[in-house]
Design a binder for this molecule. Sequence first.
Ligand SMILES: *[C@@H]1O[C@H](CO)[C@@H](O)[C@H](O)[C@H]1NC(C)=O
Ligand SMILES: *[C@@H]1O[C@H](CO)[C@@H](O)[C@H](O)[C@H]1NC(C)=O
Ligand SMILES: *[C@@H]1O[C@H](CO)[C@@H](O)[C@H](O)[C@H]1NC(C)=O
Length: 299
Amino acid sequence: MLLFNFPNTERSGGSLLVWMLCSMSLAVVAMGYKPVIIVHGLLDGPRQFGELVRYINQSHPGTDVMLVDLFDDKTSLKPLWKQVQGFRETVLPIMKKAVDGVHFICFSQGGLICRGIISTLPDHNVHSFISLSSPQGGQYGDTQYMKHVFPTFIKTHLYEICYTPFGQKISVCNYWKDPHHIDKYVKGNDYLAVLNNERPNPNMTAWKNNFLRIKKLILIGGPDDDVITPWQSSLFGFYDENENIIEMKNQDAYVKDVFGLKTLDTRGDLVTCVFPGVKHIKWHSNETVYYGCIDKWLT
Ligand SMILES: *[C@@H]1O[C@H](CO)[C@@H](O)[C@H](O)[C@H]1NC(C)=O
Ligand SMILES: *[C@@H]1O[C@H](CO)[C@@H](O)[C@H](O)[C@H]1NC(C)=O
Ligand SMILES: *[C@@H]1O[C@H](CO)[C@@H](O)[C@H](O)[C@H]1NC(C)=O
């Protein structure tokens, strides 16, 4: 019946184990909920999603929920392309088995990993891509998370480390976007700048087509997050050079439809949900968020 087993917190990440949390009864298989694949955030792992799994099990009983147990804790600092490769190898067999497709719920840094997977996997079958408080527009803020990684760091100086080949070996530098040093970001950032085609990416047309295979993009974020900075980054907004917020619809990436945002929006397949009063680590356990903006996309 039910294999409910959170990984022991001592175990380091990197194992290719996928935790199958809920097994299906035959009656439920007939209802055909698509499997849900959950990708964790920075300095954490699958154990953080107990509540979310419970909500899914309650509202869509019998759903196969897979928490990918990979690059947990400190190993979540590995470069994102390396993580994309690892997660891709793990989720590919799950996708192949799921003839009707799968859903992605990807939290925080995990949202950028999922975007990397979706962009580079030509035959993926992701239906709903739920990006849960993920710095899709980049990060520029001195939050606690950054202090864990760079204890003495000063936000205005981090570009000096981040945009070097050494810096790009640390995940957070792969989406660090210093609005006062955009030229250095474009030259030195190997991940976000490439996904965004800010540094010309020869594979962009293919990656855009891959991205557009998703059926729905659900962007969730809010002003009290306290980690994602600016918080509008969770909705593809970001600072201009004066640290004013440019919303998604006025971003070049949207206006020029660089990787498909505008197409998704025109198709009616881009959903944004803003919730006040939710701290960063509460997104996946907040029932209002779940029933307000996740539940209905998991059919
Ligand atoms: C899923 O729901 C069933 C009852 O509907 C319950 O017995 C089971 O413990 C739940 N599993 C999880 C992981 O919450
Ligand atoms: C990008 O394109 C080149 C050839 O044009 C190809 O060799 C490479 O595998 C592509 N990279 C990805 C990640 O798709
Ligand atoms: C849950 O979300 C609601 C709606 O935004 C918010 O008012 C509430 O403070 C949140 N609770 C927690 C514990 O995050």
